[in-house]
Design a protein around this ligand. Sequence first.
Ligand code: PMV
Length: 357
Amino acid sequence: SQKWVLMVTAQTPTNIAVIKYWGKRDEKLILPVNDSISVTLDPAHLCTTTTVSVSPTFDQDRMWLNGEEISISGGRFQSCLREIRSRATDVDDKEKGIKITKKDWEKLHVHISSYNNFPTAAGLASSAAGFACLVFALGKLMNVKEDHSQLSAIARQGSGSACRSLYGGFVKWIMGKDDKGTDSLAVQLADEKHWDELVIVIAVVSSRQKETSSTTGMRDTVETSLLLQHRAKEVVPKRILKMEEAIKNRDFASFAQLTCTDSNQFHAVCLDTCPPIFYMNDTSHRQAPIISLVEKWNRAEGTPQVAYTFDAGPNAVLIARNRETAALLIQKLLFCFPPNSDADLNSFVLGDKSILK
Ligand code: PMV
């Protein structure tokens, strides 16, 4: 009969860059100007859950995000759909008695339903989890045989940072050399068990949508910032090597120093853009006290205890060297964010499911 529906559900966590991606050398293919490195959060928190379904009764591709239908006519969605469809293979689901051939996939339409368990577009990399999950789920549905790295090169065309969410643990997005983007993909540097003492604390200071989209921001930066050119050519390549070493050796002092410095340089590059981009929009009230708190604490201890990093939004991501430090950090953060403030403190433990709060 023609009444069948085949469904796949996947869950993908977001990732936080410790060496930032900022600036594209090709906007359409989403090819970056430098390599980047990130930490993928535990899938239990900050993740996207996506169900993709196919049925001969569907007459067009459609998508719902957090329950509301959104348009997928844009280039990014279309690139991901096209790339996955072109790799679809035969499906033979004996249990349900459903057979789909490679040829059938060209005509069949999909419905996509996606939920974020965190604020969308508030600089918490919702598009990273979203596109990674979409590509992964579609790949499963269409029986695509490509490995995670090859899938990452497809997710990259949805949102650059999405390519890093195909893996857990520590992930590097290699910028690649070729101008078609086939070698611009993610590889896993170490899995989630490698350094599971680390605890990530996220202060959700504001769930407002960010004012400058990363696409517009990056375009302005690439066109106007000399500091970006220096960063991409001279700074990041060396930093990437040092960060890989720090991760391999679980060297928190180097890890923290590189993470904080790179976050600060990313925001410096934003300020060096014309017109300037202020992602730390509430700096004097929110971010500056967190940065000073961490800097003072690390200096007083003689060796770093906590690293901070800020993305394209005001929320603070803090990485504590272990659980005891994370507990202390949350107490200290309460001075910046008293319980009656609008901020929401959450901690996410890498590698296992426990939450401190
Ligand atoms: O993937 P996009 O276009 O959302 O860009 C993300 C950029 C940063 O989050 C600021 C840095 C990064 O490497 O994730």
